[in-house]
Write a protein that binds this ligand. Structure first.
Ligand code: SF4
Length: 409
């Protein structure tokens, strides 16, 4: 799900470009990524093109798997616990900070267990430094982004689960560019660890503010997380498992976003994790949703809503319905009524709706609804008794939805 990614830098933005790493010959050290094939309209891509895999990293495994991983590398399995404390608890990355590891061979051990997965190439800063959007280059040259937002009492990070996206929503630049590849578990976790390091270093927000910990994670960056199920589930566990197994973030602070991959929602339901599910619906009727959200040609509105309701039944977590309001496309009052009716048909108290004014891509025909139209849409939903909160689209707002257009990286 691509939520926040208005390709324009937010207002009052500072852009920091990291210098390109150069090889001795003067070229980039990153392997140039193969060009991803742009999908035809409506074409869905479930399988990422074959590519090399990123190096294995401690965060790819649970604690038992880490012991095995280290043993395979020829190290003592108990080093897994030491390295886990450094990585998940102290957020350390430099071998010299890991003095409980033997000096001889320490660098090699750290390089093997904690290889560099993301290189930050650009940082956009907004809201007086309280919002940071980072563009990362992966080992193969693919680019992804993450966004960190600091609020008074919490910090939310929006992370990417795929490079590109195979869901091909026509209003989303990420989808238009196609799917490059799935991210590994550790590539997702590392986005959060890098954000946590910035926070701890006092690099986010005003100087006098206390450092905070990352408290909320939304899988609403690039990609459909449930289409990369195994790696995404691994990342959820690394985020919520207590230290040193993971980062110890509350599961209630995690939001899993999906465009309506019904088998993925059902599978995720069976994990019985108290994680919030956000369903990017964007239309209550199949006729429009088939065009707007191509996955709807496989799993219809009613099937997606039934799966969302089952998610609530099993987890007790109220589901978010994300609805990007697009001018003259999906913002008619009758569609608000239909949405209200369909949600109420599945019971009360299980859901709330977040309408989000669309952030247009320059040159795109898709644009935000007029304010009066947006207000009418919200009032009609509320008249059906549906809790409804409009999300604003300032650079610092991230709690909304999929489909807020892609990162241009
Ligand atoms: S809107 Fe979300 S699901 Fe659709 S193409 Fe964009 S990132 Fe993928």
């Amino acid at each position: 799900m691509n939520r926040q990614t208005d390709p324009r830098p937010p207002e009052e933005t500072t852009v920091t470009e990291a210098p390109q790493q150069s090889s001795p010959a003067g070229g980039s050290t990153a392997t140039p990524v193969e060009l991803t094939v742009r999908p035809k309209p409506g074409q869905l891509t479930f399988t990422a093109p074959r590519r090399g895999k990123p190096p294995k990293h401690l965060a790819d495994f649970d604690l038992a798997g880490r012991r095995e991983f280290l043993a395979q590398l020829g190290h003592k399995p108990f080093r897994a616990g030491q390295l886990s404390r450094h990585y998940f608890d102290r957020l350390a990355s430099a071998p010299e900070d890991m003095t409980d590891l033997p000096a001889a061979g320490r660098e090699e051990l750290v390089a093997q267990a904690l290889p560099t997965l993301l290189t930050s190439v650009r940082t956009l800063e907004a809201d007086q430094g309280a919002t940071l959007k980072s563009v990362h280059r992966l080992f193969d040259g693919a680019m992804v982004e993450s966004v960190l937002m600091r609020y008074t009492n919490r910090v939310t990070m929006c992370i990417s689960s795929q490079a590109g996206c195979g869901m091909n929503c026509p209003f989303c630049a990420t989808g238009q560019a196609g799917l490059t590849r799935n991210l590994s578990t550790a590539e997702m976790v590392e986005q959060v660890v890098q954000g946590a390091r910035l926070l701890r270093g006092g690099k986010v927000g005003r100087a006098e503010q206390e450092p905070l910990r990352v408290s909320n994670i939304v899988f609403m960056g690039m990609g459909e997380a449930l289409a990369n199920y195994k790696a995404t589930l691994g990342a959820v566990h690394r985020l919520i498992d207590p230290s040193p197994e993971g980062l110890g973030i509350s599961a209630r602070g995690i939001t899993m976003s999906t465009v309506g991959l019904v088998p993925g929602i059902r599978k995720f339901t069976r994990e019985k994790l108290p994680v919030t599910l956000a369903l990017s619906l964007h239309a209550p009727d199949d006729e429009l949703r088939d065009d707007l959200i191509p996955i709807n040609t496989r799993w219809k509105v009613d099937e997606a809503l039934d799966a969302a309701r089952e998610y609530y039944d099993v987890t007790g977590r109220r589901v978010s319905i994300e609805y990007a309001l697009i001018r003259d496309i999906n913002d008619q009052g009758w569609r608000a009524d239909l949405l209200g009716e369909k949600l109420n048909a599945r019971g009360a108290g299980w859901v709330h709706v977040n309408p989000i004014p669309l952030n247009p891509t320059p040159g795109s025909k898709w644009t935000a609804s007029r304010p009066g139209v947006e207000q009418n849409f919200v009032e009609r939903l509320r008249a059906h008794g549906i809790p409804t909160t409009v999300r604003d689209t300032r650079g610092s707002d991230i709690d909304g939805a999929c489909g807020q257009l892609a990162a241009v990286v």
